[in-house]
Design a protein around this ligand. Structure first.
Ligand SMILES: Cc1ncc(COP(=O)(O)O)c(C=O)c1O
Length: 463
């Protein structure tokens, strides 16, 4: 069969609200040109994130009713623990209310001044949690992963040589953990090959440094391995996921992604002492170790979601719908990170708007234009999110200026995707009229969530 269909039928629907372009121009201005500040009800198609935005299945909703809300030792915890252990093979499974809570607990326990944490690319919350302890977060993405136009199967891979060189330079005693983010969200949702995970593990083993997976999108990564890596075609997705985790000494997870749940996460590890320390911290800040800041019903929804996410029909539809959007954009000449990643399309804002320099935030300009043109909400992943300043207050831009269109899981149908395509092409057609932005307010950390902007050189938007 050539046509890949949504592998579900729809039982419950949620209306979306249409607004006019004039309304959206006013709403965006009121939001300080920051799409995080918009009311979700004013958004037609919400591609801000794939995190916590999944549509749950009837089985997950049924699980919600079965949630055991016992404070300690809830039945739902044991179901959750069993499913996570089946996939990861890790010894200690500690629930947390979301991914960043797992990160905070991990890095508060092993981070600190003078320490370094390597990763293929730290996600923003991961970086923030490492740096909050005054440790340094260092990225070792392979060279191909830094070039949006290069097509390669595993652009999320880590540069193993550079990693080893870094370990020798800084000393293994200063590197409490090495992370690999699968798939690599900040680098375009690109997958990491099994071979790369294995090679990283081999290097780390030499220096006795534990490997943790940032496993938010482990199932999508497993699907790419099955499709693209020799030797995995006939393996089940569960087997591939199990092999990925077999090289890890631990994992942090946001169940808001491949847990197909609206909230939740976990931290998992094999080390007895580390588990004890993490649990103790969890009790102070999140809750008892069998609920970790979640309700029993959330644990049920996550357990069920983790079973469903490894379904091959689901992942085929999921990855294909992202790829479909990517193919159409490329055919129309819109620059994106190629090949498309697992959960999102990343527009290459540098090539889309070559006339707007990083200090005028080209990605933010596209983000605003997509909302005004068609009520689509996306997010900038470039100088707004990752830019820093030198001592003279001059912007140090990150290597890439991207705009992410994250596709929520099981939420939108093909015609929604076709609408998104139409709007992007319209904005692309009008790109020479887009303006840069300047920041008028920014918080000291994770500024993109709350920053306020104004348009440079105010000019009326094209009608
Ligand atoms: C790769 C990665 N790590 C960590 C996180 C943090 O998870 P959460 O949003 O549940 O705190 C995210 C969230 O988007 C992510 O994409």
């Amino acid at each position: 069969m050539k046509t890949i269909i949504e592998p579900f039928k729809i039982k419950s629907v949620e209306p979306i609200r249409f607004t006019t372009k004039e309304e959206r121009i006013k709403l965006l201005k009121k939001a300080g040109y920051n799409t995080f500040m918009l009311h979700a009800d004013d958004v037609l198609i919400d591609l801000l994130t794939d995190s916590g935005t999944s549509a749950m299945s009837s089985m997950q909703w049924a699980g919600i009713m079965q949630g055991d809300e016992a404070y300690a030792g809830s039945k739902s915890f044991y179901r959750f623990e069993e499913v996570v252990k089946k996939i990861t093979g890790l010894k200690y499974i500690i629930p947390t209310h979301q991914g960043r809570a797992a990160e905070r607990i991990l890095f508060s326990t092993i981070g600190g001044k003078g320490k370094f944490v390597p990763n293929n690319t730290h996600f923003d919350t991961t970086r923030a949690n490492v740096e909050f302890t005054e440790a340094e977060a260092v990225d070792f993405l392979n060279e191909k992963g830094k070039h949006p136009e290069i097509r390669a199967p595993f652009k999320g891979n880590m540069d193993v040589k550079k990693l080893e060189h870094f370990i020798k330079e800084k000393g293994k005693e200063n590197i409490p953990v090495c992370m690999i983010t699968v798939t690599n969200n900040s680098g375009g949702g690109q997958p990491v090959s099994m071979q790369n995970i294995r090679e990283v593990k081999e290097v780390l083993k030499k220096y006795d440094i534990p490997l943790f997976l940032d496993a938010c999108r482990f199932a999508e990564n497993a699907y790419f391995i099955k499709k693209r890596e020799k030797g995995y075609h006939d393996k089940s997705l569960l087997e591939i996921a199990q092999e990925m985790f077999s090289y890890a000494d631990g994992a942090t997870m946001s169940a808001k992604k491949d847990g197909l749940a609206n909230i939740g996460g976990f931290i998992a590890m094999n080390d007895d002492e580390l588990a004890m320390k993490c649990r103790n911290l969890l009790i102070v800040t999140e809750g008892f170790p069998t609920y970790g800041g979640l309700a029993g019903r959330d644990l049920e929804a996550i357990a069920q979601g983790l079973e469903e996410v490894l379904d091959e029909h689901y992942l085929q539809y999921r990855i294909r719908s992202v790829e479909y959007l990517g193919e159409k954009l490329v055919a129309a000449g819109v620059p994106i990170i190629e090949p498309p990643g697992g959960h999102a399309i990343y527009i290459d804002a540098k090539r889309f708007l070559p006339n707007i320099p990083p200090e005028q935030f080209p990605g933010q300009s596209i983000t605003c234009a997509l909302y005004i043109e068609g009520g689509i909400r996306v997010v900038e992943i470039g100088s707004v999110m990752f830019g820093t300043y030198d001592k003279d207050g001059k912007l140090i831009p990150p290597p890439m200026e991207l705009v992410r269109l994250a596709i929520p899981r099981r939420v939108y149908t093909q015609s929604h995707i076709d609408y998104v395509l139409e709007i992007i092409l319209e904005v692309y057609r009008k790109r020479s009229a887009l303006k840069g932005y300047r920041i008028t307010y920014e918080a000291p950390m994770l500024r993109h969530f709350t920053a306020q902007f104004e348009e440079i050189n105010h000019k009326k938007h094209e009608g």
